[in-house]
Design a protein around this ligand. Structure first.
Ligand code: URA
Ligand code: SF4
Length: 475
């Protein structure tokens, strides 16, 4: 019997790959959890074992399973790694379609765990409440939360996207995480005593909830049912629900008037029912941020709505703004060239942008591209989210930092992290690469060539991944 101590998905994956290669059956291996908390997330150790395993790996594992395992690894059940290895073994040696057999006991268990972890992530998103703390370093917002499962790393990118421009920290018994407006920094777990006591921020939250409250949407019964008691007790806004309901008619009128105010986003303009026609029609008249004022028109995505690949650029350029179609100007020519070199057919791909209106500054003769701010990208995100929800692509390609920071992680760096498949909230196989405009901006022909060939390399990787997904395997 071989015994392993495993805490994280990455550790498990490294060991599982080695075991599988040596044909060690699940009955001959035993996975344990570590008892000391100190080295739970020893990144160096983790990276080493994964790198060692990946260097020699030849085993094909369906990407669907890896995505599932990444989620289930966060469950607190001590048997989760054993179950995952058993499934992996059966899947790779006996039945590659095992995950579709819902009556199978192992499949049933793993789906149950997956559901519990996803629900817990959803709850963390809904129930974390920050308190304002003033220290020498300035203003910080701190929240305490006790998740049921070890979901911190899966759940917090959401907060970095939602609150990119403030310093905040979330403390949990498993680990803590700090957002410094650039990256997420993880540290050891804390007890509730380390979290700040209730203070004037209670009032701030009351005001906030009072302000965003949409009485038309309130489902009091559903809220109470969804919310475990321990969260319910700590939510200051529950005290004011009745007050808000009494005040509903005036608030509705005020909310309509405020649409032109500054806390807006495309979310205010989404159609009630998500269909392509409704979505395109609604985007035409979006006023989710100020960019619609100077631009000619909304440039929505284009391509087959059942495409397996979605490409996301930054925002329309000058030509796109006039034509009303994405990537039809100089950047589009570079993109077409790179796609052709990689053997990909643009006609089969859905092409869109993270921001749907052209942002520019006027010079005497031209309209000069300006990068959209993180606020504008976040105001516009509901459109791309809706497109991705409808298409459900197998592969999501972010062209450039704006798309990658909006859809993968706020601190994402193209130079450091391009060319790698990562799971994102929108697609299990998400990859970021250079924006075609980066090639147009390169100062020398040699640099242009070098950047173009990296873009082509990444698109070749996309094509290979697509094949692997088609054949149900990924290495
Ligand atoms: N650049 C982009 O990001 N998108 C376009 O549609 C055109 C240029
Ligand atoms: Fe709406 Fe996006 Fe245009 Fe802003 S950029 S007005 S959010 S479509």
């Amino acid at each position: 019997m071989q015994t392993y101590t495993v805490e994280t998905f990455e550790e498990w994956r490294g060991i599982a790959r080695q075991l599988l290669r040596s044909r060690v059956s699940p009955g001959d291996v035993c996975f344990h959890e570590q008892s000391s908390q100190g080295s739970l997330f020893d990144a160096a150790q983790e990276e080493q074992s994964v790198a060692a395993a990946e260097a020699t790996t030849v085993i094909s594992v369906p990407p669907k399973f890896l995505n599932l395992a990444r989620v289930v690894a966060c469950h607190r059940d001590p048997d989760r790694f054993q179950l995952l290895y058993r499934l992996l073994w059966r899947l790779t040696t006996l039945d590659s379609r095992l995950l579709e057999v819902h009556t199978d006991d192992d499949v049933y268990q793993v789906r149950r765990m997956e559901k519990a972890v996803r629900r817990d992530i959803h709850k963390m998103h809904a129930f974390v409440r920050f308190r304002k703390v003033i220290s020498e370093e300035g203003e910080q917002f701190i929240a305490w939360h006790r998740p049921d499962h070890r979901i911190v790393r899966l759940a917090v990118p959401f907060f970095a996207r939602r609150f990119p421009a403030m310093n905040w920290a979330i403390l949990t018994p498993d680990e803590s995480v700090v957002w410094n407006q650039t990256e997420l920094v993880y540290g050891p777990g804390c007890s509730q005593r380390d979290a700040p006591a209730p203070d004037e921020l209670e009032d701030l939250w009351r005001t906030y909830y009072g302000a965003i409250f949409n009485p038309a949407r309130i489902k009091l019964k559903a809220m109470v049912r969804e919310m475990p008691l321990r969260h319910w007790k700590t939510l200051p806004e529950t005290e004011i629900i009745q007050e808000l309901l009494d005040d509903a008619p005036r608030r509705v009128a005020e909310m309509i008037a405020r649409q032109e105010g500054h806390a807006r986003s495309a979310a205010d303009h989404l159609p009630a029912e998500l269909t392509w026609d409704a979505l395109r029609d609604a985007a035409v008249i979006c006023r989710g941020c100020d960019l619609y004022r100077d631009a000619t028109q909304t440039v929505f995505g284009e391509g087959p709505t059942d495409a397996r690949i979605v490409l996301v650029g930054e925002q329309p350029g000058d030509s796109e703004d006039i034509a009303g179609r994405p990537f039809v100007g100089p950047a589009g020519d570079v993109l077409n060239d790179a796609l052709a070199q990689a053997g990909l057919n643009r006609a089969e791909i859905y092409v869109t942008n993270a921001v749907k209106h052209f942002k520019f500054e006027r010079s005497e003769t031209r309209r000069l591209h300006q990068k959209p701010s993180a606020r504008e990208a976040s105001a516009c995100r509901p459109w791309i989210e809706a497109e991705l929800k409808l298409i459900k692509p197998d592969i999501l390609v972010c062209l450039g930092a704006t798309a990658a920071q909006s859809l993968i992680a706020p601190g994402f760096s193209i130079t450091r992290q391009r060319g790698e498949f990562l799971p994102s909230d929108w697609c299990g196989s998400t990859i970021a690469t250079y924006h075609p405009s980066a090639i147009l901006r390169s100062p020398t022909p040699a640099q242009r060539q070098a950047t173009l060939s990296l873009l082509v390399d990444d698109l070749v990787r996309v094509r290979a991944r697509l094949n692997e997904i088609t054949h149900g395997t990924v290495s």
